[in-house]
Design a protein around this ligand. Structure first.
Ligand SMILES: [Zn+2]
Ligand SMILES: [Zn+2]
Length: 328
């Protein structure tokens, strides 16, 4: 039974898929074995029990695929972006009515950088005649962009998708209703135009802020895009960089967790997941980002306590592939 909104991350990497080398895999395995025995376990039969004591990324890392997220309400499901993660999502859909050409799905595009379209040629439901795929975008060139990616010489399947495709051009900051979901695009701060989506259903709200440098943070500078950050239960926020990276990579279009945390604290966002992890960010580097974010958050709490100010508490974490969050 679907609660108000269920958000599932099929790809949380940015720019390029992440690869872990065989040497690094072997080293991680060595460290895991040390940890297993140091934690007091001695038998192979205790391994399932050991795994249950760990946060998934601690053992398995944060994932390899680029951006793709599914958002499910009681009556419908939408997909945001077609990064390499969409391949696994397509396989899940093929277990339903999509295998017989009876499926209908909705893909909302934020923008058309490679990491957000690379999985589209490998989206299996699109190769079954009869299925309907709706593609939504604020960018009016959406049809040309998508058809180019799906055609020769970019697509290994020379005849392209076989399903019925319909393109829908959205108006900025204007909501559309899809069954029991309300979806509104808001502009993000990225070198090419990039649009985040605010999704509301059953009284719960999810905002998707991938690929943003968040150069506009004050309420005044956000202007018409301020509602994107207000009344939000969960936000997916671009936390690709450290603060040092952010200072050095001006106009690269990505942000840091501390910037998202400040926005979340100010606007009362309940939960924030940092995402669009850098292709060079292995588990150790993301854990370092987690420690920096923890220090910053504690500092903010301490400052508020000293100044006798009320502060909105925020549940924050770094996203991982396969993570599923239910908003009830
Ligand atoms: Zn990206
Ligand atoms: Zn981008």
């Amino acid at each position: 039974m679907i609660m108000s909104l269920v958000v599932e991350f099929y790809g949380v990497r940015g720019s390029l898929p992440f690869n872990i080398s065989p040497t690094e895999t072997a080293e991680n395995f060595r460290q895991m074995m040390f940890d297993f025995f140091n934690s007091g376990f001695t038998q192979v039969s205790e391994f399932d029990q050991y795994i249950k004591t760990k946060h998934i990324p601690t053992l398995g890392g944060y994932g390899t695929h680029t951006t793709c997220v599914s958002i499910e309400s009681k009556k419908t499901e939408i997909i945001i972006d077609g990064g390499t993660g969409i391949r696994a999502l397509g396989k899940k859909l093929m277990k339903k009515e999509f295998s017989s050409g009876q499926g209908e799905c909705h893909i909302f595009m934020t923008h058309f950088h490679w990491d957000h379209i690379l999985g589209l040629p490998f989206f299996e439901p699109a190769y079954v005649a009869g299925n309907k795929i709706h593609i939504y975008s604020v960018q009016p060139e959406v049809r040309t962009f998508i058809e180019t990616v799906l055609s020769f010489p970019y697509n290994p399947y020379p005849h392209g998708w076989k399903c019925d495709v319909q393109f829908h051009i959205l108006l900025p900051r204007t909501e559309i209703q899809l069954h029991d979901m309300k979806i509104t695009p808001y502009q993000l701060d990225h070198p090419d135009p990039c649009w985040g989506y605010k999704i509301e259903s059953g009284g719960k709200v999810y905002s998707h802020a991938t690929d943003t440098e968040a150069t506009r943070v004050s309420r005044k500078s956000l202007g018409l895009d301020l509602p994107f950050y207000q009344g939000v239960d969960l936000i997916f926020f671009d936390g690709q960089y450290t603060l040092k990276d952010l200072a050095e990579k001006i106009n690269w279009g990505h942000s840091a967790a501390q910037i998202g945390l400040d926005l979340a604290i100010r606007e009362g966002i309940k939960k924030i997941v940092f995402s669009h992890h850098d292709p060079l960010a292995n588990s150790q580097r993301i854990k370092a980002l987690e420690r920096q974010t923890e220090e910053y958050y504690e500092w903010r709490i301490e400052q508020a306590r000293r100044n006798k100010e009320q502060i909105n508490e925020v549940d924050w974490s770094f996203s991982y592939e396969g993570q599923r969050i239910e908003l009830k």
